[in-house]
Design a protein around this ligand. Structure first.
Ligand SMILES: [Zn+2]
Length: 300
C-alpha cells in the first residue's frame, strides 16, 4: 500500500488539474476511495491551487476592471461637465433682456378687415403676445405684449422685423409689459383703466424652489451625520443629497443669485436640465475620488 501511495502522490498534482488519462483517473480514484491520507493530500493540493489563483490573478483582474471603470467614469464625468458648462452659457446668452417702452419701439397699422398689425423695430428679436381670454375688464379683452432681445440674437442672428397680428373686432386693450418694475403701458384699443397704473410682476417661485432645495440639503446633511456609521444608508443619503445641491448649483450657473423671473417655464426647465448634468458631474466625481483611494489601497 505504501508503495502505491508514493505513485499516487506523484500523479496527484496532475490529477488535480485534470491532466491524466481515463485509466490513470480510474486508478487514482479507486485508491483515493480506500486511502484517507492520499485524499487529504489531494485536498491540500486543491486548496493551494485556489489560494494561488486568489492571490495572484484575481486582484490583477479586479484592478484591471477598476481601471476600466475609472476610464469610463472619467469620460462620462468630462462629458457631463462639458454639457453643463455649454448649457449654462447658452442659457445666459439666450436669456431674454426685456426692452422698456419707448416711442419708436414699434408702430401700429390698422387694416380695413379689422386686423391690427404691430411691427417692432429691429432691436426686438423676440416677443410674447398673451391674449386675454382669461382676463376681461368690463367686457374689454385685455392683452399683454412683452418684447426682448438676447445676447445671442444680437451677436449671431439677424431675425429681421418682428410683427404681431391681432384682431380688433371686439373691444380690446393692449398693454406693453416692460418687466422692469415700471408700469405696463397702454398702447392700443379702449383703455379700461385710464387712471390706474398696472404692472406685470415677476414670479418669485424660483426663490421658493431654491429655499426648498437648501432645506432638503440641510435635512440630508443632518441625516448623513446621524447615519454616518451605516455604510448602506450613507451611500444612498449621499446620492439624495447631491440632488438639491445640483439644483442650487444649476440655479447659480444659469440665474446667478436672481430669483425674479418673467419667463418662469423657460428658466425652470433650464435649471432642471443643467441640474441633471451637474448631478452626473458630482456623482461621477465622487465615485472617481473614491475609486482613486480604492486603487491605491489595492496596489498597497
Ligand atoms: Zn494512499
Amino acid at each position: 500500500m505504501k508503495n502505491e501511495c508514493n505513485i499516487i502522490r506523484d500523479i496527484l498534482p496532475l490529477y488535480a488539474e485534470d491532466m491524466v488519462s481515463e485509466d490513470t483517473r480510474t486508478f487514482v480514484e479507486s485508491h483515493l476511495a480506500v486511502c484517507e491520507s492520499c485524499s487529504e493530500k489531494l485536498n491540500e493540493i486543491k486548496k493551494t491551487a485556489e489560494f494561488i489563483a486568489d492571490t495572484d490573478v484575481a486582484p490583477l483582474k479586479k484592478l484591471k476592471r477598476k481601471l476600466r471603470m475609472k476610464k469610463v467614469q472619467t469620460i462620462l464625468f468630462t462629458a457631463a461637465l462639458v454639457c453643463s458648462v455649454i448649457l449654462s452659457v447658452v442659457s445666459v446668452l439666450t436669456a431674454p433682456q426685456y426692452i422698456p417702452y419707448s416711442d419708436g419701439l414699434f408702430h401700429i397699422t390698422e387694416r380695413t378687415d379689422g386686423t391690427v398689425i404691430l411691427t417692432f423695430d429691429e432691436s426686438v428679436t423676440g416677443y410674447t403676445f398673451t391674449e386675454g381670454d382669461a382676463e376681461t375688464s368690463g367686457g374689454i379683452e385685455i392683452c399683454y405684449i412683452e418684447a426682448w432681445n438676447t445676447a445671442w440674437d444680437l451677436h449671431f442672428i439677424k431675425r429681421g422685423e418682428q410683427s404681431i397680428v391681432f384682431s380688433a373686432d371686439k373691444p380690446i386693450a393692449v398693454y406693453y409689459s416692460q418687466n422692469n418694475g415700471e408700469d405696463d403701458v397702454f398702447i392700443y384699443g379702449t383703455n379700461p383703466n385710464p387712471n390706474g397704473g398696472m404692472r406685470t410682476l415677476p414670479r418669485l417661485v424660483l426663490g421658493q424652489y431654491l429655499i426648498l432645495a437648501i432645506f432638503a440639503a440641510v435635512i440630508c446633511s443632518v441625516l448623513l451625520f446621524v447615519f454616518r456609521r451605516n455604510e448602506n444608508v450613507k451611500v444612498w443619503l449621499e446620492r439624495i443629497l447631491l440632488a438639491p445641491i445640483s439644483y442650487i448649483l444649476a440655479h447659480i450657473c444659469t440665474k446667478g443669485l436672481l430669483i425674479k423671473t418673467f419667463a418662469m417655464p423657460r428658466d425652470f426647465l433650464i435649471i432642471i436640465l443643467v441640474g441633471i448634468f451637474v448631478y452626473c458631474v458630482l456623482l461621477l466625481g465622487m465615485n472617481l475620488l473614491r475609486s482613486k483611494k480604492d486603487v491605491y489601497k489595492t496596489t498597497l
